[in-house]
Design a protein around this ligand. Structure first.
Ligand code: GCB
Length: 632
């Protein structure tokens, strides 16, 4: 085969080198309020699993290419597979269920080009790596599967029909974020909206308009302009009778004004229409104003302590449709959170689509938003740190005006090391330099502390000793770096399993002892740092029932029992400012291999993929409905 491919390569049909990356343009904020033409729909596609890449300059980059009958053709992008955009490819073709590799996408679109306008292609997200070609020209590259990006196409765009081809590759390496191992499906493809954006020759690129930190009567921020180095920016908030002009220097205006807005909160999610105009451009947003801070070991919203009654959510649509990408799907997921009496959601483990935070703004739900620094990334690599910073830049550039977002999360369950601590120190500093109106957090694991707990309490308990409390000290330096520590804990699921195995205990006895003692567990985080339980839970297959006493794992009764005991612990736990159990909905994971039970699904959901509630759903709902910890 190689002897065949070698001459082909020299004939420019295949190539083994990667094409050079072309940077994207800085993000245009608030894409939903701009002049856009949707390119969503049915696209042509071609699965390209070979290690040899089809040459990027080959004929399929041309429109309506018709080969001569005598011409040897080895690839085309039409007359075969089609894929829905937005959408993951995994749920659209059985050949792609577990696929990690390249897929080409292609579509035509029609443009009525106007003079004095600039044109951009905007992508809500493409997982993982994308090379964008317009009318045969390579216009941009992007890496990272969960954030928005855009590229300018003014010069390559033609009046009339245009051709857009995108090479997408969702193969990950140990130098990526995330790496190859994740407990979720590595859904590939153009997973969010695609739009052609028409902008005036000079325009408002992006802006941030928020309350100044800890101030309820001062609005601050900035407006970035494109093609307008000097001049002025107008800001209007009609409901507050505000109409002010700010001078522009070096393409940027600083905003600062006195105001007394009604504060945004879960109880009263007030949003104001904010209108920004400059030169020929104007943009309107719906913005809420609130403050968030840590004071005396508590999370304080608008000056009052709040207990975060949350749930974790993956970006998966209810109803077996893979990735969620629409406003309706965002609303459906968050409606379940509301039904649980939540005031908080953890959007795990990567940045969710823009509709989620916008919907949370409207519904009054506080949000934890994160980037996929998950498990062991290559912390020692400067390039990986740069990649993490870029992910943060993109997430913050898109969502910095959402009142609902209170946490930027730096990472999840990262094993401790010098390199990792330095990495997070740098990343935290970077986030703080971009945004001082929100808190930082990171979800921790604590293996050594579990071993200590087993030695000091669990095994002695099994041997007949009795304790009033089981104390666990969290020593991870990452807890000191961030504003609010977050703890993932699985007493009711994994720990009794591996401790039992380590001590050669029968599973029933090991599990029963752990489960019964959950209410006695007390966490202590150094320096009175507030913390949340960012994960806790157990798996259950909906419909699998058992006698509660039998501790049958994967039964709904067992999952409910874990939640009951966890809730008892939560009630006694000082320093705890909230929780987001794992997880709202069962989700696909190629790591879950228990056939007949899991079948590639993580079953820790409180609801099934189709939205049916399991018993534990009602345990959490009752707790949140009645828990009297300080709320706003
Ligand atoms: C965790 C991970 C999460 C997994 C979960 C589980 O600690 O953070 O991504 O899905 O546990 O179910 O094991």
């Amino acid at each position: 085969l190689l002897s065949v491919l070698a001459p082909l390569q020299s004939q420019d049909i295949f190539e083994t080198q990667t094409v050079e990356d072309i940077p994207c343009a800085p993000l245009i904020g608030n894409i939903g309020a701009r002049h856009t033409q949707s390119l969503n729909g049915t696209w042509n596609a071609l699965i390209d699993p070979s290690v040899f890449s089809l040459n990027d300059r080959f004929h399929y980059l041309e429109r309506n290419y018709k080969p001569e009958p005598s011409e040897l053709v080895e690839a085309n992008l039409e007359d075969g597979l089609t894929l829905r955009v937005p959408g993951d490819w995994n749920t659209q073709d059985t050949r792609l269920v577990f696929y990690n590799g390249k897929v080409w996408y292609k579509r035509d679109f029609y443009v009525k080009k106007k003079d004095n306008k600039r044109y951009f292609l905007h992508f809500g997200a493409i997982n993982y790596k994308a090379q964008i070609y317009v009318n045969g020209e390579h216009v941009a590259s992007h890496t990272g599967g969960y954030t928005s990006f855009n590229c300018e196409v003014t010069k390559v765009l033609k009046e009339g029909e245009n051709l857009l081809v995108i090479k997408v590759n969702n193969a990950l390496t140990s130098d990526d974020i995330p790496t190859t191992s994740t407990d979720w499906m590595n859904y590939g493809g153009i997973t969010r909206d695609v739009d052609l954006v028409e902008m005036p020759a000079q325009f408002i690129r992006n802006y941030k308009i928020q309350l100044a930190p800890k101030s309820i009567d001062r609005i601050e921020g900035w407006v970035n302009l494109e093609g307008m180095p000097t001049g002025s920016v107008n800001l209007e908030i009609p409901e507050l009778n505000i109409r002010k002009t700010f001078p522009v220097t070096d393409g940027r205006a600083r905003v600062s004004l006195d105001a007394k807005p009604e504060l945004w909160s879960p109880e009263q999610p007030t949003l104001y229409t904010v209108r920004i105009s400059a030169g020929p451009d104007a943009v309107e947003d719906q913005i809420g104003f609130r403050t968030i801070a840590v004071e005396d070991g508590q999370v304080v919203l608008n000056g009052k302590p709040v207990f975060l009654k949350g749930i974790s959510i993956h970006e998966e649509a209810i109803g077996a449709n893979g990735r969620a990408s629409s406003e309706r799907e965002a609303a459906e997921l968050l409606t379940y959170a509301k039904e649980l009496n939540c005031n908080f959601v953890r959007l795990a483990h990567y940045t969710h689509n823009e509709y989620m935070a916008r919907q949370a703004d409207k519904m009054g739900i506080l949000v934890w938003s994160e980037i996929p620094v998950y498990w062991s990334v290559n912390f020692a690599s400067p390039a990986v740190l740069e990649m993490a910073k870029t992910r943060m830049d993109e997430m913050i550039a898109r969502d910095q005006n959402r009142a609902s977002i209170i946490f930027w999360s730096l990472g999840n369950e990262t094993p401790e090391s010098e390199a990792r601590n330095t990495f997070f120190g740098n990343l935290n500093k970077h986030v703080k330099s971009l945004d001082d109106t929100r808190l930082t957090t990171a979800a921790l694991i604590f293996n050594e502390e579990i071993q200590a707990m087993a030695r000091d309490y669990y095994f002695p308990t099994l041997a007949g000793k009795e304790f009033d409390v089981w104390d666990i000290e969290i020593n991870d330096p990452l807890a000191e770096i961030v504003d609010v520590a977050a703890i993932n804990q699985y007493f009711g699921w994994y720990y009794s399993g591996f401790l039992a195995a380590a001590a050669n205990l029968p599973p029933y006895q090991a599990r029963k002892t752990m489960l019964e003692n959950i209410p006695k567990i007390r966490f202590h985080v150094r320096n009175n740092k507030p913390f949340v339980f960012s994960e806790m839970g157990a798996g259950a297959k909906r419909g699998k029932t058992a006698d509660e006493e039998d501790l049958v794992v994967y039964s709904e009764e067992y999952q409910a029992k874990v939640y009951q005991n966890q809730v008892e612990m939560v009630k006694q736990q000082s320093g705890l400012v909230g929780m987001s159990p794992w997880i709202l909905k069962d989700f696909r994971s190629s790591m879950r291999l228990y056939q007949g039970v899991q079948d590639y699904w993580n079953l820790k959901g409180l609801i099934t993929d189709n939205g049916e509630r399991k018993k534990a759903f009602f345990v959490l709902q009752d707790f949140y409905g009645s828990w009297g910890a300080p709320t706003v």
